[in-house]
Design a protein around this ligand. Structure first.
Ligand code: ADP
Length: 736
């Protein structure tokens, strides 16, 4: 295989492989209405720039044969697309299913051209003459009709696509493009006469782009793509006329010179007005006007509505695109709404937080003012001082209390100003405590500016930095001099009272001792007198002396016991005893007294009463008092002493003294065990004692960890019950 053949083979392979991925282009034909020239510049541009290819189209441009109607070629299927004129209205009126895709020339370029030498003055002069008319020249026909010239009065022959017939005088006039033939004639040295439909009030659309309805319905994307690429091509051509002129001459036709093409390009642009109107734009109102002119001039037999043939108006609704667009719009709207809501909310939040901030500032200002007021006017001294003891702040209270003004003290050490010499050490210790503990209340003597001393109560609180070093200390002080003086006075009063009380006890002890001795002597003598009494009268007198002396001794003993109890000096000495024996002995001792009053006195002692541990002397003292009272306050009947052991009780030793005496009024029961209570309603003052016996009984019983109670009914009698523990317990000294 030679090298050239191999190369060709490789090229074929390469092109085949490139072709695999590419989609096949949709081949369509575009029927032009004239020979190649700038009139179709947009289509050349769309091919040249690949606009059709981008839409998947391969477009073939067809030029018309002299005897063919280019618009009919499209209607009959010879091409998919074609260049239209306003005559499309006529096609629609005739029932052709065609669709105008867009208009390139906003005004028709069609004119009727003649030569000066024909002497033509008006359209009317053409009657009976022959003119050369290109197909689809409805606006020229309309011009005749509008001018009242019957087109049938003129012989119309097919156009030769040239001017030769006119120059040779074979035709009196011919249809022409304003953008084209006048230039050619002038180039050839002729002066053309140009008759425009616009001067007769006919202003149709010029060249446009059209297709059949079948194409629109069956190949909507092809139609859309073709339209889009064509209009893009036109925009490009209008923007780059020189380039397209070069393309026309190089690839399509050299029939026209570059100048002629430039002239045409210039005229074409003037008719299309791409600077003012979007290329391809169609106004339904304008089409309606054109349709009305067609109907008025009898060119159509009915009024054609623009909706019948305009592409945009009958275009199927692109639901997919609409939905996509709608979704996009919705998305944008949603995003915008969210953003707006967020912005709004953040703005509201901002406003609210600003509001809160200004409220907080206002609150802060108020509370600052409040605390400043409190701080300045409080009846407290407020000092702020640093670790060097130098004063940083000093309020009005401090000025009042210490007599120094703020200005005088600021920056000075408070220890040099308000601490007297003899308190320095105390205050140094307080300061050390403050640095260690942070909080330290204190009381000490201070000195005022005038040298007077005041007693101050202090509350000190320190502030520390992160490492625990004191930054500053807040100290509050009140002048408590008056309070201190009062306290001092009270303390001395208390001391005096205690001294007095001690003196009284001592006096009582001394007196009782001094009294007891002579009374003892008196009693002994009285006893001797009674024994030796010569008669009953003397014996009775001696009895009175003995019993009175006994009472006196007992009262003295009671008073001393009471005093001892009150001063905590009375002690009990528990020992194992048989309380039954104690009871028995005391009952026997009191029997003479009871009998003397005509009273029965009995003892009821539980037989199996165990031995217990208690102070027999104090037990007897209690029983003695109760028994004496029972006999003393019983007019008739009896007094009974009972002793029982209730082993289930915490206080199992139960001693009862029951009498059938006068009883105790309810009002007196409550205070019966109080010192010197002899019963307010006691009618028998004559038999009353000193009012200390029951008080001593209670104190003694409580000292023995027991309890004493009384029940009484006036006129019936009383029962005094004493309950005591069986063991010594923790019996000790009486409480003060
Ligand atoms: P005193 O007997 O020395 O007056 P007490 O403290 O023993 O003092 O008694 C106080 C008062 O209680 C008596 O004055 C008396 O009014 C009343 N009282 C005490 N015991 C009895 C009793 N058994 N019956 C009636 N009244 C009594």
């Amino acid at each position: 295989m030679c090298r050239a053949t191999l190369l060709r083979f490789l090229m074929i392979l390469l092109s085949a492989s490139v072709g695999w991925g590419a989609e096949e282009l949709d081949k369509v034909r575009m029927q032009l209405k004239w020979q190649h020239q700038f009139q179709f510049a947009g289509y050349y541009a769309a091919i040249e720039k690949g606009f059709y290819e981008e839409e998947g189209l391969e477009v073939e441009l067809l030029t018309p044969e002299p005897d063919t109607d280019p618009m009919r070629v499209v209607v009959e299927g010879g091409a998919e697309f074609g260049v239209s004129t306003s005559e499309i209205v006529q096609l629609v009126a005739e029932g052709e299913e065609v669709v105008a895709l867009g208009v390139i020339y906003q005004h028709s370029p069609l004119v009727l051209v003649s030569l000066m030498e024909t002497g033509l003055e008006s359209l009317h002069d053409l009657a009976g003459k022959t003119i050369m008319m290109e197909p689809n020249s409805a606006d020229l026909v309309a011009m005749f009709l509008a001018e009242g010239v019957d087109p049938d009065s003129i012989t119309m022959v097919d156009h030769s696509f040239g001017v030769r017939e006119l120059l040779e005088g074979k035709v009196a006039a011919q249809s022409a493009y304003i953008t084209d033939e006048p230039f050619n004639l002038r180039v050839l040295g002729y002066e053309p006469i140009v008759m425009t439909p616009r001067s007769s009030g006919i202003d149709f659309y010029g060249d446009g782009l059209f297709t059949t309805r079948e194409q629109v319905e069956r190949h909507p994307e092809r139609v859309e793509g073709f339209r889009r690429a064509s209009l893009r091509g036109w925009e490009y051509a209008f923007a780059n006329p020189e380039e397209i002129i070069r393309v026309i001459r190089e690839k399509y036709s050299q029939r026209k010179s570059v100048e002629a093409l430039r002239y045409e390009a210039h005229g074409t642009k003037r008719l299309a007005r791409p600077d003012l109107i979007e290329v391809g734009y169609m106004n339904p109102g304008r089409w309606r006007y054109i349709a009305e002119v067609f109907l008025d001039l009898g060119l159509t037999d009915r009024l054609v509505e623009p909706t019948e043939f305009l592409y945009r108006l009958e275009e199927p609704i692109p639901w997919g695109k609409l939905l996509a667009a709608f979704a996009v719009v919705l998305f944008i709207a949603a995003v915008s709404t969210i953003v707006a809501v967020l912005l709004y909310r953040s703005r509201i939040r901002l406003i609210q937080s600003n509001q809160r901030l200004s409220e907080a500032k206002e609150d802060l200002r108020k509370s600052e003012a409040f605390y400043r007021n409190v701080y300045e006017n409080a009846p407290l001294a407020f000092l702020l001082w640093g670790p060097d003891l130098r004063i940083k702040r000093w309020n009005r209270g401090a000025e009042k209390i210490f007599g120094w003004s703020g200005e005088e003290v600021e920056g000075r050490r408070f220890t040099d100003l308000i601490i007297p010499e003899d308190e320095r050490q105390t205050v140094d210790q307080i300061n050390r405590d403050i640095e260690k503990q942070g909080v330290r209340p204190a009381e000490n003597w201070n000195v005022r500016k005038d040298g007077s001393r005041i007693w101050c109560q202090w509350f000190n609180q320190a502030k520390f930095d992160g490492r625990g070093a004191m930054i500053e200390c807040h100290s509050f002080a009140i002048d408590a001099t008056a309070y201190r003086k009062q306290n001092d006075a009270l303390a001395s009063e208390k001391e005096a009272a205690e001294l007095l009380s001690r003196q009284k006890s001592n006096f009582l002890a001394a007196v009782s001792h001094e009294i007891r001795n002579p009374v003892g002597a008196i009693l002994n003598f009285a006893a001797l007198i009674r024994e030796d009494a010569p008669n009953a009268e003397i014996r009775d007198l001696a009895d009175v002396i003995v019993s009175s002396g006994d009472s006196l001794v007992r009262i003295l003993n009671d008073l001393i016991d009471h005093e001892k109890l009150n001063t905590g000096r009375l002690e009990i000495n528990p020992v194992p005893v048989d309380p039954g024996e104690l009871v028995d002995r005391l009952v026997r001792m009191h029997r003479p007294m009871a009998e003397k009053q005509g009273l029965g006195l009995s003892a009821d002692i539980a037989p199996d009463f165990p031995e217990v541990v208690l102070d027999p002397e104090r037990f007897e003292q209690v029983l003695y008092n109760l028994l004496s009272n029972g006999i003393k306050f019983t007019g008739k009947g009896s007094v009974t002493v009972s002793l029982r052991y209730e082993s289930d009780d915490q206080l199992p030793v139960v001693l009862c003294v029951k009498d059938t005496g006068f009883g105790i009024e309810e009002g007196d029961l409550k205070g019966i065990f109080s010192f010197y209570d002899r019963g307010k309603s006691n009618k028998r003052k004559a038999v009353s004692g000193a009012g200390v016996g029951l008080s001593i009984c209670r104190n003694l019983v409580e000292l023995m960890k027991g309890r004493i109670d009384v029940e009484s009914t006036p006129g019936e009698g009383s029962v005094f019950t004493v309950r005591l523990p069986a063991g010594p317990g923790d019996a000790g000294s009486a409480a003060p």
